[in-house]
Design a protein around this ligand. Structure first.
Ligand SMILES: [Zn+2]
Length: 68
């Protein structure tokens, strides 16, 4: 008896289609990319903090030091 080792598994979380083993838990690369983009969007949504050290070195240009 040759039974295919195809586990039912969970459906694709993106489109609810049967997931493909290669792209589990997604049904394909497309849905995998969709999930990846969502994940990346969440990461990039985090505001970048400016380094205080760099901010300290930044001085206003065009100072009137020569004119005393
Ligand atoms: Zn899908």
């Amino acid at each position: 008896m040759t039974s295919p080792s195809l586990a039912p598994g969970k459906p694709c979380p993106i489109c609810a289609k049967p997931s493909v083993e290669q792209y589990r838990p997604f049904c394909g690369r497309r849905c995998a990319d969709v999930d990846l983009n969502r994940w990346l969007s969440g990461v990039y949504a985090v505001p970048v903090e400016d380094s205080e050290d760099e901010a300290d070195q930044v001085r206003p240009a065009g100072g009137g030091e020569e004119r005393s």
